[in-house]
Write a protein that binds this ligand. Structure first.
Ligand SMILES: [Zn+2]
Length: 180
């Protein structure tokens, strides 16, 4: 029977704590570490002071297509692609780094995060399984999260064609980031 090295185990616990602090659900922790469910639950309770929420993740690709989530998801995913390519670290570490940058960006612009860490992680999984693609906007050139196989020609993003309720300043702040 192979025994897990102590160093490896410490790394996994450190990763799990970081993920829990950033708001990860149990499913994410189980997928990204080899720690047992019982240990993860105990860790979660210790870090958060409460039991992890039960039940399946109620996500679908459609959530990422609605206006504000699409802008936030695109901001996150553009950063993730860059991180994943540049840092050459494991995807989960690229997710954590990109997610921290995403939070930092929103904090600077005084915006509330729409994307949870678990949703960000699910987004990356949807890309990996080919359900989503990045589509360039024909007006601003920024790349946006879209359904795979949707027509790419003439696509106009949510920032170039926002619903009237969206504030102009906030749009511009996010647009400059995505088109950069
Ligand atoms: Zn655009």
């Amino acid at each position: 029977m192979a025994t897990k090295s102590v160093v490896q185990e410490v790394k996994e616990i450190a990763l799990a704590i970081e993920l829990i602090e950033l708001g990860a659900r149990l499913q994410l922790l189980e997928a990204e570490t080899s720690l047992s469910r019982d240990r993860l639950i105990r860790l979660y309770k210790e870090v958060k002071g409460e039991s992890p929420p039960k039940g399946m993740l109620p996500f679908s690709t459609d959530w990422f297509m609605t206006w504000q989530p699409n802008v936030h998801s695109s901001l996150f995913y553009n950063t993730f692609v860059f991180m994943n390519r540049q840092a050459r670290c494991e995807p989960i570490h690229a997710i954590v780094k990109s997610y921290r940058l995403y939070l930092e960006h929103l904090r600077l612009h005084d915006e509330t995060p729409a994307l949870s860490l678990t949703r960000a992680w699910t987004l990356v999984r949807y890309f990996t399984s080919g359900l989503l693609q990045m589509t360039p906007c024909s007006r601003c050139g920024g790349r946006y999260v879209a359904h795979a196989h949707d027509p790419q020609r003439g696509f106009v993003c949510g920032l170039c064609q926002p619903p009237s309720r969206a504030g102009r300043t906030r749009r511009n702040a996010l647009a400059s980031q995505i088109a950069a």
